[in-house]
Ligand binder design. Structure first.
Ligand SMILES: [Zn+2]
Length: 222
């Protein structure tokens, strides 16, 4: 029984790919790549959802639109990988934690800018608007890490790295009426406060903080 079902799925997936042309209103990807192995339904859905998420950034927030442009115009590629199965290139034993990392040697773009290829990893649920995780803003969070890597803005202080990403995560959360994140913690970092966005909003300084995020690797923001 497994074999006919397997080949049926294979042909259905080919049909799905053939019927999914690039939409005219999709933002151009520029330096962004989306890893979606041909014939894999879940990866193809992931690709569509990432594109939709980028469209939300472009159309609904001038600040996230700037982050998207910085990604599109990055001097090195930023590849978005779906964390779908146990054989992917993401971390063994910790496979559903979203993350970003340097994915190769530094390169020099035609205009002389230096950057590192970046890889970011998200689960399908993190980019699916029907899932609760979507509202957490992990797409812009990891994209900010990717932009930092691709523009060679890599502070040594991991708290600083995460405070920068939490700023755009909170822009997304605010956009979706979701509770703003006030702290960050993970396996290697003790809990610390991340209220730069809240303070910037109160001081009407969001655009000024985005200037800082997209030009230097520090984060002097209210
Ligand atoms: Zn992060």
């Amino acid at each position: 029984m497994a074999r006919p079902i397997g080949s049926l799925l294979f042909f259905l997936s080919l049909a799905a790919l053939a019927s999914a042309p690039a939409r005219a209103d999709e933002p151009p990807l520029g330096s962004i790549r989306i890893e979606a192995p041909e014939g894999d339904f879940r990866a193809e859905e992931f690709r569509r959802n990432v594109m939709a998420g980028l469209r939300v950034m472009k159309d609904r927030s001038p600040h996230l639109a700037r982050l998207l442009r910085a990604a599109q115009q990055a001097p090195a590629p930023i590849t978005v990988h779906p964390m779908i199965d146990e054989t992917g290139p993401h971390l063994a034993g910790d496979r559903y934690r979203p993350h970003a990392r340097v994915a190769g040697r530094p390169s020099v773009a035609r205009d002389g800018r230096v950057g590192f290829p970046a890889a970011i990893f998200l689960t399908p649920g993190m980019v699916n608007p029907h899932w609760i995780q979507y509202k957490r803003g992990l797409l812009p969070h990891e994209l900010l890490h990717g932009v930092d890597i691709a523009h060679a803005r890599m502070p040594r202080d991991r708290r600083l790295v995460e405070r920068r990403a939490m700023f755009v995560e909170n822009i997304w959360r605010d956009l979706h009426g979701w509770r703003l994140a006030e702290h960050y913690t993970d396996q290697t970092l003790d809990l610390f406060e991340t209220q730069e966005y809240q303070r910037a909003k109160a001081h009407d300084a969001i655009a000024r903080c985005m200037d800082v995020l997209l030009s230097v690797s520090s984060f002097a923001c209210p």
